[in-house]
Design a binder for this molecule. Sequence first.
Ligand SMILES: [Zn+2]
Length: 194
Amino acid sequence: MNRPKQKRRFGQDLKDRNTTIVWLHVQGFSTADICLLWGIHKETALKAIRVVAPKPKLTAHQKQQISREYKLAWRVNNQERRKANGAAYYQRNKEKQNAKNAAWRAANKELSNAFGRKSTRKILGILNATGESRSGTCPICLREGPLHCDHYHSGSLKGHVRGWICGTCNRGIGSLRDSVENLNRAITYLKGPP
Ligand SMILES: [Zn+2]
């Protein structure tokens, strides 16, 4: 294809050309059409577009934000892949990871126990003991209504679900520290002197 030889343009002339190129670009003309029209190379047209309508320069903060959003979207859209990657990483670094986990558990006993209880509830099909709602008859006060998930606070069954009772009874046995001895003494106390 014969392109008319490009003349060197200077100053205002060049500025006008660039402005027109950008105008055509904005109007939806393809770069190839613009090149044909002006008899210029593709690079020249692209350069003109870059010069007159430069890409907005992003601040470091904006770049960081875009990257963060991108990462988050990737995580959401590639959950299976993430799981597989995680499992593969664990297999590769089993010993290191186990040692790290043990160290964390030793340093964060309370939190670790809480996670353990949560996981137990998950296994038992109760995702969140305080969040799940059930209703029925309370086995202690025999009243109908919403029930709360009650669990052991100590002993070998610590964290395990004990049953579903009403909120008042749950707080009641909690106030008596889940102690059978305390409850027996409370019964004796309530009965009063014979
Ligand atoms: Zn009750």
